[in-house]
Design a protein around this ligand. Sequence first.
Ligand code: TXA
Ligand code: MG
Length: 322
Amino acid sequence: MAFPTETVYGLGANALDAQAARGIFEAKDRPANDPLIVHLATPDELARVTREVPSTTQRLTELFWPGPLTLVLPRSLRVPSIVTAGGDTVAVRVPAHPVALALIREAGVPVAAPSANRFGQLSPTRAEDVLADLEGRIDLILDAGMTSVGVESTVLSLVMSQPTILRPGGVSREALEAVLGSIRLSTHRVSADEKAAPSPGTLAHHYAPQARVVFYCGPRTEMLARMRQAALELHQQGKRVGVLLADNDRAYFSGLPLILRTVGAQDNLEGIAQRLFSTLRALDDAGVEVILARDFGVEGLGLAIRDRLTRAAGGQVTVVSD
Ligand code: TXA
Ligand code: MG
């Protein structure tokens, strides 16, 4: 069953039932080496799925749960190994969404749920995105409109020698560092055919739309000038070109034969994160062959936005200097 969380829609099943969890992998075409996040209704239920949690756990759960923070902790043997992809750790969070919480409470068990998309595709932020990916493969979608955060949870490992962000997401690195001091950011990127990733969501090519994505970083003016030039060259080669922009970037591209989609004001990172995946989907739906996307920095949610766009671009970043 697909259900909304504050980040993206999830595809849920009883986390303590191996057979139920297997159904998730099948519906998503998800490889068995990619573990699932276990969702709880309250932090008190942590003991049902973990053992010997480090002392920092409680401070983090008090501050950030319910919310878009997933903690990787030592796993209880009650959690079937299919959920943890055979590993000794389990990823856990309490989502901040009334429908998700009601569902978990009603189920009476922890709910394992990855994002409700086919493996490697963009995560769904609306019920219709789930339908587009999984129609005929799942029995039910709980529709609560568009999700508010729009990018997935931050995955923070507490089982390594230093707390490590395995995936930047809805809780910013700065917010975590205010509590924990300096945190490592896993920069591990593996190609799609490499088998053993520490957190397989770190596959370089993940969260990808159908169109090829070219991702640009650099000072705004130079970055936009380079994107404009590249867009025109691609258009001249006969390509249908889409551009993902902030509202105030439009002037750089107006009057050109390009398909422009904006994600909001460039300093409103919450709004950009919320609209990021649906805007990439909209560009796909418009039938573009190439999407040129701009960076929004690394502050706050900027880091998660950059991470998703880098992956959508297959790990290739065009760095523009001034
Ligand atoms: O916001 C979210 O996290 C959403 C909603 C539905 O909660 N879920 C989500 O799940 O994005 P999924 O399966 O698409 O991504 C889970 C990420 C993957 O990168 C996976 O490799 C990582 O968490 N992960 C899960 N269990 C892990 C573990 N035991 N150790 C390290 N990484 C783990
Ligand atoms: Mg996913």
